[in-house]
Every structure is written in structure tokens, then in C-alpha cells.
Design a protein around this ligand. Structure first.
Ligand code: S3P
Length: 429
């Protein structure tokens, strides 16, 4: 069913909020503990459709999970009776392929229309070189595979992708062989942090040219650890941008994960002149966490490219909205990965920016937004193309217009942030 949001522009964002648990860490906490020795309690797990897809697939593999408590299967999963439905979630399907690579069972994985159009070769290629059998076409879901008996692999990924890295580390930790993995620059390191906390040993180094290298010799056991999931910086990003562009705003977002490999949006916004203060920096379950206070500021343009892209890849649509309110031209390069996310996020972002009456030029691997801080942007009507981050970025763009904006396809927000709209409305001054 398609939901439509109608939002009146104007006003400010004021007060305090907590964003829900980090999506990347929530998927990992469930998947790694499915394999673990022992049981664990996971606090603050994101309750959204994407994470529910992961939990449902794990239940189909014999994992007991109820009310935040998960029982590890000591390395042995059940063959699923049915097809594993990963819904809209690329992280679910790619990480599950890594998990299943170590299991001598046959499984078929699929998802919704968006997921069925997304590339899987980046994971299926290296896994088949490790010895996983893929039955039929393995370019896009549905994917049928039989794991077990995996061997050594030396693999350089052409993209810096935490999903690829994590899938291979999951395969390697169950393997008799050694994984030597490289990616062009560091991707988010939640897997490395949680693996270490669960007792897995591996080499993890960054070369002078920025290449990130992991060497992991299997097999190794994962030991269950109770996890406290921090708030999701990708969800916080919508409020960081909203409060930065709306006059009179002053907002505190509590308990946000500020892992440097993940919170590039905070650095990019600060470079643009945003007034963001990190308060009470602390470590929770091996992840840095802080409260973020953000106030309206005069923004200027910036360039976002190269090794910075993986650190903020999911935040680029809402950063484009900030750029439309910044003085000068903001340039985003080397972000071709945006074309293979839940939607083609280069085109979908351009659609938001043009719909609000701002200028954007699109290229194969990015875009340039010509910002106008004093512009009177107009209300608009848009379809989010089934993409949660496009729906929420559209809502933030709408706040800084006069009139009522209509966002179709807003049901997609349930994949990552079901409470987004009530949280936003509660802060409007
Ligand atoms: C994720 C990694 C990123 C990101 C996605 C979540 C993860 O994808 O876009 O939303 O949890 O590992 P890539 O690994 O494809 O860059």
C-alpha cells in the first residue's frame, strides 16, 4: 500500500530527540549472534522492516530470537524450508550470502522489486571463488546457493563496500582457508569492531594510498556479547540538515553513533559551516557515541569526493538539500554507487532538488547543486520511488518551502525509521 505525506513548510526544529537504533549495527548484531557460541541480549535494536527481514530469515535458519534475546547456533544453521525473503534490504541479502557460504545447506534468497534489480555479483563472484556453489543466475536476486567447504581467497573489491567486506569476513570466519581482502578505501567498520568484541582475530590495516586490507584466517568462533545499539547517524542526518537550514532551530539528538567511518555527514556539514556540537563523547559496545546539538547556520558549498564518499554514501540525498541552501556550488564526485542503491539516487536526488526549484547538474558519478541561501523555494509534489532516504530527504526539503508538499511512496520510510514523521512533527516550532 502506498502512503502519502502532506507537509506544510515553515517554522523551526526545536527540542530533543532520540533516533532509533543503527540499521547497519542492528543487522550485524543479529547475523553475527546467529552464528555465535552462547546467547546475548541486544538493546536498542532498530525495529524497522529491513531489520525484521533479517530476523525473519534467521528464524527460518533455526535461530531463536525473541524480545531482544538471541540464542547462538554454535556455528550450525538449519536448512530453510522456504525461500528467504530479504524484503527491501541489500544488507540482509548480501550479509546472509556470507553467512550461508559457511553452511553445507541449500538456500534461495530473494526480495522486493527494488532488491531484485540490484547487483549481487560483487558478493557472488568472490564467494564462488571461495567454493560456494551458485545454482542458476547469480547476478540479481533470486539467488540460489549451496555453501560449505570454502577455501583461501585473495580478493580486491573494486568498490569500497562494507556489505562486500562483511559477506567475505562472514564466509572466512567459517572457512578452513584464509581471506586476504582489499578495498580501495575504508568502508564503515562496524563488522571489524563487533568481530573483535566477539573474539575474532584478524589483520586490519590501511596502506599509505588509502587501500584498506583485512586478513582473516578461519575457522574461528564468535563468542556472544551483549550489545547496546547506538542511535543511527543516517537517521539523525535528516534532523541535522533540517535544523541547519530552518531559521530559529536548536535541536539536540541524543545517543547518536559517531563512528568516523560512518559519520562523514557530520564532517561534511561542519565544513559547510553547520553549527553542530558533539557533546559527551563516550564508547558503547565498542562504538563511539555522542549527543549532537545543532543550530541554524549560514551554509557554504563544499566538494565531496574520493575516500569520503563511503563515509556518507547514504546521506548524499539529504546533503544535496543542505547544498541547495548553501552559498555556492556543492560538487559530489566518485559516487556512482548511488545509482545502485534502493533507487537510482542520483536521479532521485536531482528530482527533489529540481522539484523544489533549485538547480542541479547530474553526472554519471555525482552531481553539482547550485545553492541559494536566500531563495524562496516552492512546495512540490514528488514520488519517493520506493526509497526511504528519498522520501525523508523530500520531507526535509519541504520544511524549507512555503506551502504544502506532497510526498508519495512514503511507506518506504518504514524500512529504516518508522517513527520519522511523528518525531519530526514533535519538534516543529
Ligand atoms: C551498509 C553499507 C552500505 C550502505 C548500506 C548499509 C552496511 O552499502 O549504503 O545502506 O550496513 O554494510 P555498501 O556496502 O554497498 O556501500
Amino acid at each position: 500500500m502506498s502512503d502519502t505525506i502532506r507537509l506544510r513548510g515553515g517554522g523551526s526544529l526545536q527540542g530533543c530527540l532520540r533516533v532509533p537504533g543503527d540499521k547497519s549495527i542492528s543487522h550485524r548484531a543479529l547475523i553475527f549472534h546467529a552464528l555465535a557460541d552462547g546467547n546475548a541480549t541486544i538493546e536498542g535494536l532498530l525495529e524497522s522492516e529491513d531489520v525484521r527481514s533479517t530476523a525473519a530469515c534467521l528464524k527460518a535458519l533455526g535461530v531463536q530470537y525473541e524480545g531482544g534475546r538471541i540464542e547462538g547456533r554454535n556455528g550450525q544453521l538449519h536448512a530453510p524450508a522456504d525461500v528467504l525473503d530479504c524484503g527491501n534490504s541489500g544488507t540482509t541479502i548480501r550479509l546472509l550470502m556470507g553467512l550461508l557460504a559457511g553452511q553445507p545447506i541449500t538456500a534461495k534468497l530473494t526480495g522486493d522489486a527494488s532488491l531484485r534489480s540490484r547487483p549481487m555479483q560483487r558478493v557472488t563472484d568472490p564467494l564462488s571463488r571461495m567454493g560456494v556453489e551458485f545454482i542458476g543466475d547469480s547476478l540479481r536476486p533470486p539467488i540460489q546457493m549451496k555453501g560449505g567447504g570454502t577455501r583461501n581467497i585473495r580478493y580486491r573489491s573494486s568498490v569500497a563496500s562494507a556489505q562486500v567486506k562483511t559477506a567475505l569476513m562472514l564466509a572466512a570466519v567459517q572457512s578452513e582457508g584464509t581471506l586476504e581482502f582489499e578495498e580501495p578505501s575504508a568502508s564503515r567498520d562496524h563488522t571489524e569492531r563487533m568481530f573483535r568484541a566477539m573474539g575474532v582475530e584478524f589483520v586490519d590495516e590501511i596502506a599509505e594510498d588509502g587501500t584498506h586490507r583485512i586478513v582473516l584466517a578461519g575457522p574461528q568462533r564468535l563468542h556472544a556479547q551483549c550489545i547496546d545499539v547506538p542511535g543511527d547517524v543516517s537517521s539523525a542526518a535528516f534532523f541535522l540538515v533540517g535544523a541547519s537550514i530552518l531559521p530559529g532551530s536548536d535541536l539536540t539528538i541524543r545517543n547518536v553513533g559517531v563512528n568516523p567511518t560512518r559519520s562523514g555527514v557530520v564532517q561534511a556539514l561542519k565544513r559547510m559551516g553547520a553549527n553542530i556540537e558533539e557533546v559527551g563523547l563516550r564508547e558503547v559496545s565498542g562504538e563511539p557515541v555522542a549527543d549532537l546539538r545543532v543550530q541554524k547556520a549560514a551554509l557554504t558549498s563544499t566538494v565531496i569526493e574520493g575516500a569520503e564518499i563511503p563515509l556518507l554514501v547514504d546521506e548524499l540525498p539529504v546533503l544535496a538539500v543542505a547544498a541547495a541552501h548553501a552559498e555556492g556550488t556543492t560538487i559530489v564526485r566518485n559516487a556512482g554507487e548511488l545509482r545502485v542503491k534502493e533507487s537510482d539516487r542520483i536521479e532521485a536526488t536531482a528530482n527533489i532538488i529540481r522539484s523544489m526549484g533549485a538547480d542541479i547538474e547530474v553526472r554519471a558519478d555525482g552531481f553539482s547543486v547550485h545553492g541559494r541561501p536566500r531563495a524562496n523555494y516552492r512546495n512540490f509534489e514528488i514520488s519517493a520511488e520506493g526509497d526511504h532516504r528519498i522520501a525523508m530527504a523530500s520531507c526535509i526539503a519541504a520544511l524549507a518551502t512555503s506551502g504544502v508538499t506532497t510526498v508519495h511512496g512514503a511507506e518506504s520510510i518504514r524500512t529504516s525509521f518508522p517513527e520519522f514523521l511523528p518525531s519530526l512533527e514533535a519538534l516543529r516550532g
